[in-house]
Design a protein around this ligand. Structure first.
Ligand code: PEP
Ligand code: MG
Length: 902
């Protein structure tokens, strides 16, 4: 049925003309129907109208020139092939009109079945079906219902209502009890509903039905639910949908007919076997509507052995052809099997790894391809603990899985109470209607966060994900009463202190404590599960793919760690050194007071005292870390605290002093402290006296740290170990800052290191835009750069990193100004450009310059691909992200273009 195109632009393709790689043009469904047709599987004949036709229609509001003629030509071909004419009164050809965009948007767009039926052809259909009047009238009433609803916006409930009425009159609740006469009467009722709402008769002309249905599918691309879905799934708004016009085949022609779905492997676990459901004497929409219960696909062997064997053969062929898990929709019409759809099937994270491993074993793909088929987001998901669920636990509510993980704790309703109970060692779940920035401390203290309002981009969701905290948002069955400290759900009251469990992956909420299972993947990374010994298919697959990622990647992966314990864990997870040891974290707790003394000291002597007290403590800190990272590089960053984090809060201090004065107490010391805090108070501490600025203002501070680092390295080396210290200067914006620090540091290092053989590198963070733009100069004084993309993002966008995520990012995400927080995934065009410039100009000035990144982006999958492309030597991330970064660095190495995790 080759078309005789009369115009230049081709808008319509027969199934025999397309292939699976034409998803942009033919949509996913159309491209795969074409592919199945071409490999000889039984697909009902049909054609696809391209996404370009849809886009043209949506732009101009009219069908593009030539489309109508091309449809006529392809329809003519279809009619000749089938030996039937659309809507022929004696022997009608009927078609379905189905949407099919590039990316699957389940249930979002329209489908119209049985196009071509009218008052005359319904009789011909009955004859075709061997005099089955019931079937013919049922098909007709389905057409009016679907057509009315999707093409002409007739409220669907009215049809439902009329159907219910017909069943009530018959004294039944089952559609199958309605006979041909009942259905004929129902068709009359439906037609009345149709004309009441549209002001016209139900169209009898089959071609008019077809044209209107095609336009309705085009228009459904811009239906509100489709727009919302696309925004959620980050599917571009300008792709348009293709339209598939397919010869109808019927699964509801009797017991030798039926419909079903099948998977070539288990999409949940990846296990091989036969997975699917079958429903005899039914159409696909009956399965979706859940009117009758399906049977497991295996039953088909008993019902219709020939079709079953054929289906298994086609499934094997599809797997061999697509080299991946496929899902399939099929229909059996009077013993004849038809393939209605296939696609590479969605799967769980665990199944993705297991299947990739199996396909390598079967010789269908190689290890590079296996690596390409999994991603860091899936791996991260597998590293969260999960609930051990059995029948005892039924959820009481389901919200949105906003931030994954499994959390169990006592319910609290305020941030203050969360902090208080957590301080007593209790695990708590913070429950709110919605959260706002005032809840931040409570969110930090809680195991998990549960809200009754808000979606995936609400404050609670965005902030929880940023913190890696379990969160369920928008559980709207919960009636939360904060003043009464309780919520009610499913008729039960839950009070403060009651235990609940929330699942941030599924969004389910349970009353009581659900036991939590550790992740077997984490156990493997921890070295507790031997991949050679275990029979856990997931662990084996993860091990195999990780090993390959390590073999392929060019980027090294380091960790951000400032304790021995974190360093040790990261090393077990595969870290190849430390990329960022934040030394200010070593000044918390009881040492805080020493830092306060140091900052506020009025005299040289006071300052020297404080520094002398800090030196041995710091030395011990570094010894511990160098030991854990024996033989590997350790980048120690000189102190970079925003000052306010180390000083008592001004307001609090002022109140205390005022109260004490009122009482007539002696407050001379406090007054002096208050004066000093006032003197140092900053409106914008993040842009104030921090990093290298602090080091240049407080004499001896950096010197003390440099000495401690060098002494620790020497001590470890003399003890038989091997330390690789790299001293990093933070917040440099001008080469002169770095030169000043470096001159002093080199003197100390030379003095301490002597002939110990220890080599200490000196480098800088690139985290101020000016540093990125003058990287050529800075490289003259630096042996390495590490990109601080947190500050680079903060200063590049002018976004206060402490405030904006909760304050307005939800709105920016909603408006699509960005698809993901730039603090989470690198903004390639803006901040990324600064990285690129600095890397190029730094390397031009000093070819051996080592380049890394230690901002949060170092563990973000998409950003890792960017850092690979830019040519960095390593990424550094928190210990738990190390495996994710290893995997993504491997994927980046085997892929020529960036990551595509969809
Ligand atoms: C950064 O700014 O990216 C960085 C790693 O430093 P910090 O987060 O400590 O400011
Ligand atoms: Mg920084």
């Amino acid at each position: 049925m080759a078309a005789q195109e009369t115009v230049d632009h081709k808008y319509v393709y027969d199934f025999a003309e397309g292939n699976k790689d034409q998803k942009d043009l033919l949509g996913g469904k159309g491209a795969n129907l074409a592919e199945m047709t071409n490999i000889g599987l039984p697909v009902p004949p049909g054609f696809t109208i391209t996404t370009e036709a849809c886009k043209a229609y949506l732009t101009t509001g009219a069908e593009p020139a030539g489309l109508a003629e091309q449809i006529s030509a392809h329809l003519g071909g279809l009619e000749r092939a089938m030996g039937r004419k659309l809507g022929d009164p004696r022997d009608p050809l009927l078609v379905s009109v189905r949407s099919g965009a590039k990316f699957s948007m389940p249930g979002m767009m329209e489908t119209v079945l049985n196009v071509g039926l009218n008052d005359d052809s319904v009789v011909g259909l009955s004859a075709q079906a061997g005099g089955n009047d019931r079937f013919a009238w049922d098909s007709y009433r389905r057409l009016i219902q679907m057509f009315g609803k999707t093409v002409c916006d007739v409220p669907g409930e009215e049809f439902e209502h009329a159907l219910d009425e017909a069943k009530r009159a018959k004294g039944t609740t089952n559609d199958l009890d309605l006979d041909a006469d009942d259905l004929r009467a129902l068709v009359d009722a439906y037609k009345k509903i149709f004309s009441k709402h549209t002001g016209r008769e139900f169209p009898q002309d089959p071609r008019e039905q077809l044209d209107l249905a095609i336009k309705a599918v085009f228009e459904s691309w811009n239906a509100e639910r489709a727009i919302i879905y696309r925004r959620q799934e980050r599917i571009p708004a300008d792709l348009g949908t293709a339209v598939n016009v397919v010869t109808m085949v019927f699964g509801n022609l009797g017991p030798d007919s039926g419909t079903g779905v099948a998977f070539t492997r288990d999409p949940a676990s990846g296990a091989q076997g036969i997975y699917g459901d079958y429903l005899a004497n039914a159409q696909g929409e009956d399965v979706v509507a859940g009117i009758r219960n399906t049977v497991p696909l295996q039953e088909l062997e008993r019902i219709d052995k020939k079709s079953y064997d054929e289906l298994l053969d086609y499934m094997a062929r599809l797997e061999g052809h697509y080299k991946d898990l496929c899902d399939i929709e099929f229909t059996i019409e009077r013993g004849k099997l038809w393939m209605l759809q296939t696609r590479v099937g969605k799967r769980t994270a665990a199944a993705a790894f297991v299947i990739a491993g199996q396909l390598v074993d079967e010789g269908l793909i190689d290890l590079d391809e296996a690596l390409h088929r999994v991603n860091g987001a899936q791996l991260a998901q597998l590293m969260f603990p999960r609930f051990k669920l059995d029948h005892e636990f039924t959820p009481v509510a389901k919200g949105i899985g906003a931030s994954p993980g499994a959390a169990v704790g006592k319910v609290v309703f305020t941030s203050a109470r969360a902090v208080e109970l957590a301080g007593e060692g209790e695990a708590v779940i913070l429950v709110r209607r919605e959260t706002n920035p005032d809840d931040l401390n409570g969110m930090i203290a809680a195991q998990g966060i549960l809200t009754s309002r808000g979606g995936k981009t609400s404050h609670a969701a965005v902030v929880a994900r940023g913190m890696g905290k379990t969160c369920v948002s928008g559980a709207d069955e919960l009636d939360v009463n904060i003043p009464a400290k309780k919520f009610t759900v499913a008729g039960r009251a839950v009070n403060e202190g009651d235990v609940i469990s929330i699942d941030g992956t599924t969004g389910k909420v349970y009353l009581g404590e659900v036991p939590v299972m550790p992740s077997e993947v984490v156990q493997y990374f921890e070295g507790e599960l031997d991949p050679e010994q275990t029979d856990d298919a997931l662990v084996k697959a993860v091990h195999r793919i990780m090993t390959h990622a390590d073999a392929r990647r060019r980027l090294a992966v380091r960790t951000n760690a400032d304790t021995g314990a974190d360093a040790a864990r990261a090393r077990r997870f595969g870290a190849q050194g430390i990329g960022l040891c934040r030394t200010e974290h070593m000044f918390l707790g009881e040492r805080r007071e020493l830092v306060e003394r140091l900052i506020l000291s009025a005299t040289d002597a006071e300052r020297q005292d404080a520094l002398a007290a800090l030196l041995p403590l710091q030395r011990e800190d570094f010894i511990e870390i160098f030991r854990e990272m024996d033989g590997l590089p350790v980048t120690v960053r000189l102190i970079d605290p925003p000052l306010h984090e180390f000083l008592p809060p001004l307001e609090q201090l002022a109140v205390n002093v005022a109260v004490a004065q009122e009482r007539g107490e002696d407050v001379a010391k406090e007054e002096a402290l208050l004066a000093a805090v006032r003197r140092m108070h900053e409106e914008n501490p993040m842009l104030g006296l921090r990093g290298v600025r602090l080091g240049l203002v407080i004499p001896g501070l950096f010197a003390m740290q440099v000495r401690a680092i060098a002494e620790a390295a020497v001590a470890v080396t003399r003890g038989g170990g091997s330390a690789g210290p790299e001293i990093m200067v933070p917040l440099v914006g001008a080469v002169q800052e770095l030169e000043t620090v470096r001159a002093e540091a080199e003197k100390i290092i030379a003095e301490v290191v002597g002939d110990s053989g220890v080599e200490v590198l000196i480098g800088t963070m690139i985290e101020v835009p000016r540093a990125a733009l003058t990287a050529g100069q800075i490289a003259e004084a630096a042996q390495f750069f590490s990109f601080g993309t947190n500050d680079l993002t903060q200063m590049g966008w002018g976004f206060s990193r402490d405030d904006v995520e909760g304050a307005f990012f939800w709105r920016y995400l909603e408006l699509g100004i960005f698809g993901i927080s730039p603090f989470e995934s690198i903004d390639r065009e803006g901040v990324g450009r600064l990285v690129r410039i600095a890397a190029e100009e730094g390397r031009a000035a000093r070819p051996e310059l080592k380049l890394g990144v230690c901002g949060e982006h170092g563990g973000d999958p998409d950003s890792v691909h960017f850092f690979h492309e830019v040519g960095l030597d390593y990424v550094s991330c928190s210990p738990f992200r190390v495996p994710v970064a290893r995997l993504e660095a491997g994927r980046a190495a085997v892929e020529t273009t960036g990551s595509d995790s969809r």
